[in-house]
Design a protein around this ligand. Structure first.
Ligand code: GLU
Length: 440
């Protein structure tokens, strides 16, 4: 295990900050480790554990795309379909230079746990394309997306596998994906298959409340934690790593509760401002410039300084494996609320817990996104449009239930919140396997 504060990446030679990673992080192995630990606690039958230990399908597609300069470039896309016993595969599409098959397997299996924990009639999937979307024009991104969705063909579908945004993709990506699917899978689907992807723009079949959903769910969890601890959020401070969808909405929603963001960073660099940043202005800057780099207020700091800043709440909202041993020793905070998937390594988590720092685990804390994706899918299937109040109310009820179940389970099994969340998810999955058995 690397013990220094160098940026960690899941690929041996690719880094969003340009620094080489010391070693390959076995993300899928880590998630399988959590699965085995929780499976033992809920006494899951060995055969169910064997089924859940591997994805049902692993799709890899190489496809050509013509770039703006007339040349043709090959791209590598993945779609992992981990489990569909509870419903259609569900999960994001990631565009990032470090996307690998194993990372998609880890992320797809986490979607299975997330949907089960949230009691959604959905399974787990994840996909992505291994490239850096920042280096391509909008026209190129559109052609890459359309070509990949076309190549996936009937491997996705509103009753089979439903992609959504993830790192490097957004509502526009989903509009292109939906449009490609409905235009290529047959006449009947043209008007009835908008639910093939979620996270779409509102006018193209999206739902109110989806853009902020992951941040909103995370902030609900932070509120429940604060209530439980008797901790006053008014006047508290937060540091946020990653200022994309999850980071920026978390900052804006926390600021409404009186929490000020005093440090922030992304692939471009890190900034510190003891008085606090304006989350909206910073979001505007990132939208125009692609990163927090160059934002006029705040003092530039190193990644190492960022992880040492004293704050009440730390929100990792970037990539996996960002809080290893060194970061966990450095963090001066009360709570790590995981907006990203897999931001703490197992060693990092152990150190945080030993130091008395609480963790709101990813499968719980960032599950607001897929929960509101489910609301979008239901609205698409019923040709309905819900009000923002309706979406917000349902999300809050769903988050409260999952938070309560996770913490009760963790207490009952005398384990961490992460393994508690896994146990809740696994109990549902093993009940369904026990009832349905395997076919034939
Ligand atoms: N990519 C998000 C996640 O990791 C959202 C998935 C979805 O909405 O299907 O949970």
């Amino acid at each position: 295990m690397n013990d220094s504060l160098v940026p960690r990446q899941s690929s041996p030679n690719l880094s969003s900050t340009g620094a080489p990673a010391a070693e390959r992080y076995d993300f899928f192995g880590v998630v399988q480790g959590y699965l085995r630990e929780a499976a033992a606690l809920v006494e899951m039958p060995a055969e169910t554990l064997a089924i859940l230990s591997q994805p049902k399908q692993e799709i890899i597609i190489h496809f050509p795309v013509r770039l703006d300069d007339g040349t043709v470039s090959m791209f590598k896309g993945y779609r992992i379909q981990h489990n569909n016993i509870l419903g259609p595969y569900k999960g994001g599409l990631r565009y990032h230079a470090a996307v690998t098959l194993d990372d998609c397997k880890a992320l797809a299996s986490m979607m299975t746990w997330k949907c089960a924990l949230m009691n959604l009639p959905l399974g787990g999937g994840k996909g992505g394309i291994k490239f850096d979307p920042r280096k391509f024009s909008q026209n190129e991104l559109e052609r890459i997306t359309r070509r990949f969705i076309h190549a996936l063909g009937s491997n996705i579908g509103p009753w089979h596998d439903i992609p959504a945004p993830d790192v490097g993709t957004n509502a526009q990506t989903m509009a292109w994906a939906m449009d490609t699917y409905v235009n290529t899978v047959g006449y009947l689907a043209h008007t009835s298959a908008k639910g093939v992807v979620t996270g779409k723009p509102l006018a193209s079949g999206g739902t109110l409340g989806r853009p902020k959903a992951t941040g909103q769910g995370l902030v609900h969890c932070i509120r429940y934690w604060a209530e439980e601890k008797g901790f006053a959020l008014e006047g508290a401070t937060v540091a946020i790593q990653g200022y994309g969808n999850v980071g920026s909405y978390s900052a804006a929603l926390l600021s409404k509760l009186g929490v000020s963001m005093i440090a922030v960073g992304d692939h471009g660099g890190y900034l510190h401002s003891p008085e606090g940043f304006n989350p909206h202005k910073l979001h505007e800057h990132v939208r125009k410039n692609g990163s927090v780099l160059g934002y006029p207020s705040g003092e530039p700091i190193t990644r190492e300084q960022f992880f040492r800043i004293k704050c009440d709440i730390f929100v990792p909202a970037a990539l996996e494996n960002q809080i290893g041993v060194a970061e966990a020793r450095a963090l001066d905070t009360k709570l790590v609320a995981e907006g990203a998937n897999g931001p703490c390594s197992p060693d990092g988590e152990r150190i945080l817990l030993e130091r008395g720092i609480d963790i709101l685990p990813d499968v719980l804390a960032n599950s607001g996104g897929v929960t509101v994706s489910y609301y979008e899918w239901v609205q698409n299937n019923r040709s309905e449009s819900w009000t923002l109040e309706e979406v917000d109310e349902r999300l809050e009820v769903a988050m409260k239930r999952a938070y309560r179940k996770t913490m009760e389970m963790a207490r009952q099994k005398n384990t961490t919140a992460r393994i508690g969340a896994y146990c809740v998810a696994l109990q549902l999955l093993m009940t369904v396997y026990a009832e349905r058995q395997i076919w034939p």
